[in-house]
Design a protein around this ligand. Structure first.
Ligand SMILES: O=c1ccn([C@H]2C[C@H](O)[C@@H](COP(=O)(O)OP(=O)(O)OP(=O)(O)O)O2)c(=O)[nH]1
Length: 149
C-alpha cells in the first residue's frame, strides 16, 4: 500500500476524488473537471486534453498510469491517445487525460464524467551500461511475430 497525496484545484470542487469502485479494482476512475454548463465535445477524430482538477504527489518509486475505460472505448470509440499515460512521481502539475474520439459521432464530456482510470504501479530506474556485445540467446533477434501469428 502506498499513499498518494492529492490536491484538488478550484475547478474540481465538488467532484469526488478518485477511488476504487470495488475491493479488487486496479484503477481509480478519473473525472472530467470541465465546466458545468460547458460540456466539452470531441468531434470524430478529434483529441483534447481534459482536465481532472487534481494534482498528485506519488511516493518515490511509484508512477501513476492513466488508462482508458473499456466501456467508453466499446460504446463510443473514446479512448486515451497516449495510453498508458505516465504520471511521474515528481510531477506536480494538473493530471490531464488526452482523449480521442475514434467513433463516428460527436462525444460530449460532462462535468464529473468518469473518463479514464488511474493505476498506481511501482517502477525501477536503471543505469544503462554500455557493452561491446550482448550475450547470445535462443531467440536472438527474432521478434515481431517470429514465433507465428
Ligand atoms: O496522460 C498524461 C501523461 C502525462 N501527464 C503529465 C504527468 C507527467 O509526469 C508529465 C509528463 O508526461 P510525459 O513524460 O509522458 O510527457 P513528455 O511529452 O515526455 O513531456 P515532458 O518533457 O514534460 O516529460 O505530464 C498527464 O497529466 N497525463
Amino acid at each position: 500500500m502506498t499513499t498518494v497525496r492529492v490536491e484538488r484545484l478550484p475547478h474540481a470542487e465538488g467532484l469526488a476524488l478518485p477511488a476504487y469502485e470495488t475491493t479488487g479494482s486496479a484503477g481509480m476512475d478519473l473525472r472530467a473537471a470541465v465546466a458545468e454548463f460547458e460540456p466539452v465535445v470531441l468531434q470524430p477524430g478529434e483529441r483534447k486534453l481534459i482536465p481532472t482538477g487534481l494534482k498528485i504527489a506519488l511516493e518515490p518509486g511509484y508512477e501513476a498510469q492513466v488508462r482508458p475505460r473499456s466501456g467508453l472505448a466499446l460504446k463510443h470509440g473514446v479512448t486515451c491517445l497516449n495510453s498508458p499515460g505516465t504520471i511521474d512521481s515528481d510531477y506536480r502539475g494538473e493530471v490531464g487525460v488526452i482523449l480521442i474520439n475514434h467513433g463516428q459521432i460527436p462525444f460530449e464530456i460532462r462535468r464529473g464524467e468518469r473518463i479514464a482510470q488511474l493505476v498506481i504501479a511501482s517502477y525501477a530506474q536503471a543505469v544503462m551500461a554500455g557493452v561491446e556485445a550482448l550475450d547470445e540467446t535462443a531467440r536472438g533477434a527474432g521478434g515481431f511475430g517470429s514465433t507465428g501469428r
